[in-house]
Design a protein around this ligand. Structure first.
Ligand code: GMT
Length: 384
């Protein structure tokens, strides 16, 4: 694609998957010469680089004694209108339906009344459909704003089908998978770290998430408890969230505290994945499983639940194992088998890397660019 676009990216700035995908996508598009205008209430967690093509527009709200709840959506819509007009944007790409897709509809309508047509793409990430989106408090608005977007993408076939099943959708949804940047996520030598964490050569098992209930981190600890009885091993838990206290109590109850390290939120996840022998993601639901893909790119096999989009990423018996949600026993048995067979582990590592390459950023990025192009009628776009 030769045309360079001015793209507004609306996202959550947090460590969660949708914010990460939005930020990485924006950074990669900026490297290709597009101008990226992030619109969010804080600097996105992964936006740590300076680029001449990246701009950040922070949304601020104001309080007033009447407001029991701050009208964030109104401030966000006003910010979108301001940025689209001032920067003459070609397209708005909003990540996570709630509330971004509905707010984009509002901004688009306001801009239309000023004579400016702005195409809106909504990317559905998962919990905006599978968990929160279905709730009666949100579903009519989610349904309407999906149908009103000019373009809609979902991060897996499973999420697309679930959206079509659960809502009255009268439009096409394009599947564009999560992607991986191999400049960042690759196996790097961190032997000195490994020595510090596992001085006796213990196997290292890693889990990373936002420690919400949907992630079933308690299953991670239960699986580890079983594995640890057979294989000298350490568990690294990366991230933080509402379940943390309960999880620390579970470690005490199962008497595995000596072998479990809660590392909190980490920026350089890839450096920790580089130490890992196995990654666990036994989620209740997972529309794609970006964390699993990041592990695979670092040559780490994955054991997960056979739910959501995970079977579209992991190949059972080749680069990981997929079992029913909550089947701690089977997941632990697979882990024990894999970690006690070096040849098998090496073969799974190789296959994990090969599979991750199917989601190489160079394959996925053009899919977004082509979609933008379709929606802005590329001939009208700004030429660099
Ligand atoms: O995993 C989370 O709970 C965060 C969530 C988000 O939207 O911020 O992640 C979702 O989006 C990711 C990026 O598209 C996907 O890789 C995750 O699978 C998905 N999480 C769930 O479906 C639970």
């Amino acid at each position: 694609m030769n045309k360079k676009l001015k793209i507004g990216v609306v996202c959550y700035p947090t460590y969660g998957g949708s914010g990460v995908v939005a930020t990485e996508l924006g950074i990669a598009l900026a490297k290709k010469g597009h101008s990226i205008h992030f619109i969010s209430y804080k600097r996105p967690a992964r936006l740590s680089i300076f680029s001449e093509n990246i701009y950040l527009h922070e949304v601020t709200t104001i309080n007033y004694p009447l407001f029991e709840y701050l009208p964030y959506e109104t401030s966000l819509a006003s910010k979108m209108v301001e940025v689209v007009k001032n920067e003459n944007l070609d397209i708005l790409h909003v990540h996570y339906a709630i509330p971004h897709a509905a707010v984009a509809f509002m901004a688009k309508s306001i801009l239309a009344s000023h004579g400016k047509n702005i195409p809106v793409i909504t990317t559905l990430h998962g919990t905006d459909i599978t968990l929160v989106g279905k709730h009666a408090n949100f579903s009519p608005v989610v349904e309407f704003s999906i149908n009103s977007s000019d373009g809609v993408t979902a991060v897996s076939n499973h999420l697309k089908n679930e959206t079509l099943e659960k809502f009255g959708i009268n439009r096409d949804i394009k599947v564009i998978y999560n992607f991986i940047d191999f400049d960042r996520f690759r196996k790097i030598n961190k032997d000195h770290f490994k020595q510090a964490i596992a001085p006796e050569g213990e196997k290292i098992i890693v889990h990373t998430s936002n420690f919400r209930k949907v992630k079933r981190v308690d299953d991670v600890i239960r699986i580890f408890h079983k594995v640890n009885q057979h294989i000298p091993s350490k568990l690294l838990l990366i991230g933080d969230g509402p379940e943390r206290t309960t999880l620390e109590a579970l470690c005490k109850e199962l008497q595995v505290c000596q072998s479990v390290r809660f590392l909190g939120k980490q920026d350089a996840v890839e450096e920790l994945l580089a130490l890992a022998d196995l990654f666990l993601i036994p989620s209740q639901n997972e529309s794609f499983g970006l964390a699993a893909l990041e592990a695979m790119a670092c040559e780490v096999p994955v054991i997960s639940s056979n739910i959501g989009g995970l079977p579209e990423v992991i190949v059972h018996g080749e680069n990981g194992f997929l079992e029913d949600v909550g089947d701690v026993e089977s997941m632990a048995n697979h882990a024990i088998k894999l970690l006690s067979d070096d040849a098998m582990l090496q073969s799974f590592r190789k296959s994990a890397l090969a599979r991750a390459k199917d989601f190489h950023i160079d394959k996925i990025l053009p899919q977004y660019e082509d979609y933008y192009c379709e929606l802005v009628e590329c001939s009208k776009a700004v030429v660099a």
